[in-house]
Ligand binder design. Structure first.
Ligand SMILES: [Fe+2]
Length: 389
């Protein structure tokens, strides 16, 4: 009997040790965020807390293992982060340049006396398969093409159909223009409904820019959602330049007054939009914005003076700033149907186009104008529109 108990105890200790030292697994991603002219950020998730980094190599004939590659760590305040969500910014890059990259994680285990031990490293494969590729933005590029979807509301299969070929077809980037799901109850749900699919289909190599819609502000995880979408400004509103176009991403906030019963007393979007408008004034005054031949705004809710509170506040706070700024197009969603408000209508000196729900808007931009085509999930072309400069 004593012998049996001893064997059971040994088996228990062995199992516990094996559990403590199991290898880390990459369970979500990677996907690209905040791709700029000199930087990009990679995000992925592991099944246990880990220290992570990205290695990059130039896009040349050398094998990835040809030499030690520079490492960029997931750090905060000078210290490597131990986390299941990994956000690594790679900076100091050349514009218009393709780089190879790989991601690596090592699970962190608490040892004796608060020491941290690491398990073996696991990362993306660079010998049985190609490493990932990313190209930094290029303000000198003559033409930029991008795809936009919005108001997907967790229709994952339809989104996969709409975006199935964006990587192969060489789009410069994809924009999620809000309401990708209806409620953000957990990080897992966000991956389940759209971010896993986006990573697998294109976002490991095609830049993804995310716009918060009013539904992105709802659910228990909503307040943490921006951690999945790091931006250059550190806020859910930010800018980027690709080819001839300067893009302003605006955060619309909620659609109803802050005191509405739906928000449980937690909404403070009136103040938030005022702060955002101050930031927007700085953007349109910048040389980077003023020198761009084409200027495009992404904002989930279209401005509407007599509409719901969010739309009316967007009209009151953002439109006067943009009316003086030479905006060529505002791309919105939210109303779940196609609508084009021409320049000069509804108090806007620029056209406002709403892409329908569960449709893909393709845009091609040159210094001479913007060419737009909108498709449904059956690849039927629903609308076209040209804007001449
Ligand atoms: Fe919406």
């Amino acid at each position: 009997m004593k012998k049996l108990l001893l064997l059971l105890a040994i088996a228990f200790v062995a199992t516990a040790t094996a559990q403590e030292t199991k290898s880390v697994k990459i369970v979500e991603g990677p996907y690209l965020q905040a791709v700029g002219e000199n930087e990009f950020t990679v995000v992925w998730k592991t099944d246990q807390a880990a220290v992570s980094w990205v290695e990059i190599a130039p896009d040349n004939a050398t094998h990835f293992y040809n030499c030690e590659r520079p490492k960029y760590y997931n750090t905060r305040y000078g210290r490597k982060q131990i986390s299941t969500l990994h956000t690594v910014r790679v900076s100091g890059l050349e514009p218009a340049t393709t780089y190879r990259y790989r991601i690596i994680s090592a699970a962190a285990i608490k040892g004796e006396k608060d020491r941290i031990l690491f398990t073996e490293q696991r990362g993306s494969d660079v010998y049985r398969r190609q490493p990932y590729f990313v190209t930094t933005l290029d303000p000198k590029k003559e033409k930029v093409t991008f795809a936009v979807v919005n108001d997907i509301h967790a229709k994952t299969a339809e989104m996969e159909t709409l975006l199935g070929n964006v990587k192969e077809d060489g789009y410069d980037f994809v924009c999620f223009n809000g309401d990708m799901t209806s409620r953000n109850n957990s990080q897992d749900e966000v991956f389940k409904y759209y971010l896993s699919s986006a990573s697998k289909l294109f976002a490991a190599e095609t830049p993804l820019y995310v716009v918060r819609g009013n539904h992105e502000t709802r659910g228990a995880y909503a307040v943490s959602l921006p951690e999945l979408f790091p931006s250059k400004s550190g806020m859910p509103y930010y800018t980027f330049r690709q080819g001839p176009a300067f893009f302003i991403v605006l955060d619309c906030g909620e659609d109803k007054p802050d005191s509405d019963m739906e928000y449980s007393g937690l909404a403070c979007y009136d103040q938030y939009r005022k702060e955002e408008a101050e930031w927007l004034k700085g953007v349109v005054a910048s040389e980077e914005f003023r020198s761009a031949p084409v200027k495009i705004v992404f904002c989930h809710i279209p401005p509407e003076e007599n509409g719901w509170h969010g739309a009316a506040e967007i009209q009151r706070l953002f439109v006067p700033i943009l009316n003086e700024a030479g905006i060529d197009l505002w791309l919105a969603g939210h109303i779940h149907k196609y609508r084009l408000t021409k320049a000069g209508e509804n108090g806007c000196n620029f056209p406002v186009m709403c892409n329908p729900n569960v449709c893909r808007l393709d845009a091609t931009v040159t210094a001479n104008g913007i060419d737009i085509k909108i498709f449904d999930t059956k690849s039927t072309q629903l609308h076209t529109h040209q804007i001449k400069k």
